[in-house]
Design a protein around this ligand. Structure first.
Ligand SMILES: Nc1ncnc2c1ncn2[C@@H]1O[C@H](COP(=O)(O)OP(=O)(O)OP(=O)(O)O)[C@@H](O)[C@H]1O
Length: 468
């Protein structure tokens, strides 16, 4: 998907000329002759870049005022200013006000192209850095794996990535569904565009719709100004809908409408906004069961799951534990500035003997703990005796053993909830009520663990708390 550039100039010749040059370079363009048209175009759909003339005859706002207005709502939207001979100083001022750069009229086509390429490259790099920061410096270019099932999955990713088809990824929590979604995006034609994640399980229904569709100015007392939703932010890229079965039915219906005609309305809005977004979704639930119980719309399931992909639990692919453990040791050493160390075969055999209910995420956390807690020679290989006896085990399975028959009598959803409750209570007790340490061990974000405990009805009062 090519970048979408909004050209704002009162002279139609200039608008046409700039659009022609940029379209020849493969960019998409839109045009506006004055401030009203410019702001309406941006509100309709945020462009990748705005090229804005300083002087605009017959316009309510001039270029500088438009720059100020746009920067208020879209601080990171790149803007290139056009300036005439007489107003270079003003153009320089606009950079201080947030414009990326300016180009003087008359301009050469090469200079325009060079500048536009440079701005868009800078935006892409900025996005990559932000992405890296949120992902702790991790860039996935391929799946770390050795098992046949994952090698086949990797091959499916290669095939499906360039097709633009929707993909529905299922598999247990922590198995790598988001990693698969990112890989599909990174190997698609949209890789220069954004990869945006929405986790339905973590948001209240009303927040979810505002997050997804955005909100019109003044329509919600708690939200000031119009806000772009994630669908708009993902324009030209991929939107990853995590835990789709956890979305309210009403939101599911709205998403279905977006899938049918790729357009939607902001919360409180009437205008139809069109976007070009690839949707990849995921769930760790049994979706057939969710549909049977009326918690997932069947029509949505079929629309989202054009290509179904399943990521198996780590227990089903113990061959991957070795390469994954080596990868995490290496990555942790690098990010912590520690000397590179190896992990012995005996240690890997020990790790392979565990059940890993938290899957790859849990393995990653255990490796980090081993690396942090390791004493003695920090360059020596990690050996089996350095691995905590309960690493990767399903503690709660033991805790719940006495109730096994009772659990077996429950439907899957309740059994899972019961299991999760006992598992988390046991882990919290084990870490003396320390939520941060529990979260780190079980492989969840601290805030997500809090929410989970609330959902499961494990109140703060029930837990013995210790300072975190
Ligand atoms: N094949 C892999 N190679 C390297 N890292 C992996 C792999 N699979 C998973 N991970 C790592 O494990 C962690 C969990 O993966 P991810 O978030 O993709 O799981 P998930 O299935 O989406 O989990 P959830 O359902 O809880 O959201 C991440 O830190 C991810 O980077």
């Amino acid at each position: 998907m090519s970048a979408d550039i909004l050209i704002v100039d009162d002279e139609s010749d200039i608008r046409e000329l700039v659009a022609g040059i940029l379209e020849d370079e493969g960019y998409e363009t839109r045009m506006a002759a004055n401030s009203d048209q410019c702001l309406a175009e941006i509100a309709h759909r945020r462009p990748s870049l705005v090229i804005l003339d300083i002087w605009l005859r017959g316009s309510k706002l001039d270029g500088i005022e438009i720059l100020q207005a746009v920067k208020k709502d879209h601080a990171d939207l790149p803007i290139l200013m056009f300036s005439g001979h007489g107003n270079i100083e003003t153009a320089v001022q606009t950079i201080k006000m947030g414009a990326y750069d300016f180009i003087e009229k008359p301009f050469k086509a090469e200079r325009l192209i060079q500048l536009v390429d440079r701005v868009l490259e800078a935006v892409r790099l900025r996005r990559e850095v932000a992405d890296l920061k949120t992902r702790g410096g991790e860039v996935m270019t391929e799946l770390i794996c050795r098992s046949n099932v994952m090698i086949q999955l990797q091959q499916s990713i290669e095939k499906v990535a360039p097709t633009n088809s929707r993909v529905l990824i299922t598999g247990p929590s922590g198995a790598g569904k988001e990693v698969v979604a990112r890989l599909i995006h990174n190997r698609s034609h949209r890789k220069e565009g954004p990869f945006i994640v929405l986790n339905a399980a973590t948001l209240a229904p009303d927040r979810l719709e505002i997050q997804l569709f955005g909100v019109e100015d003044g329509r919600m007392s708690s939200v000031k100004g119009a806000r772009r939703g994630l669908l708009e932010q993902a324009h030209g890229g991929t939107l990853f809908l995590d835990e789709i079965a956890d979305m309210p039915m009403e939101t599911q219906g709205k998403i279905l409408r977006v899938l049918v005609d790729q357009s939607f309305q902001r919360v409180g809005g009437t205008e139809k906004i069109k976007v070009d977004v690839r949707i990849i979704s995921s769930s760790s639930r049994d979706l057939k069961e969710e549909m049977a119980n009326g918690r997932l719309r069947e029509d949505l399931y079929h629309r989202l799951g054009v290509v179904p992909v399943s990521v198996p639990s780590l227990k089903e692919r113990p061959e991957d534990i070795g390469p994954l453990a080596r990868y995490f040791v290496e990555r942790f050493s690098k990010s912590a500035g520690l000397p590179m160390r190896k992990i012995g075969e005996d240690a890997i055999a020990t790790l392979q003997a565990s059940a890993w209910p938290g899957n790859v995420r849990q393995l990653k956390n255990v490796i980090e703990q081993i690396m942090i807690l390791a004493t003695g020679d920090r360059t020596a290989p990690i050996t089996a005796n350095m691995i905590p006896a309960d690493a990767g085990s399903a503690q709660s399975i033991m805790v719940g053993q006495n109730d096994n028959t009772e659990i077996m009598a429950l439907p899957l959803r309740e059994a899972r909830e019961r299991f999760e409750k006992e598992y988390l209570e046991a882990q919290i007790n084990r870490f003396g009520g320390n939520i941060s340490r529990t979260a780190s061990f079980v492989g969840m974000e601290r805030s997500a663990l809090h929410r989970k405990l609330k959902t499961l009805g494990v109140s703060n009062g029930e837990r013995k708390r210790s300072p975190e």
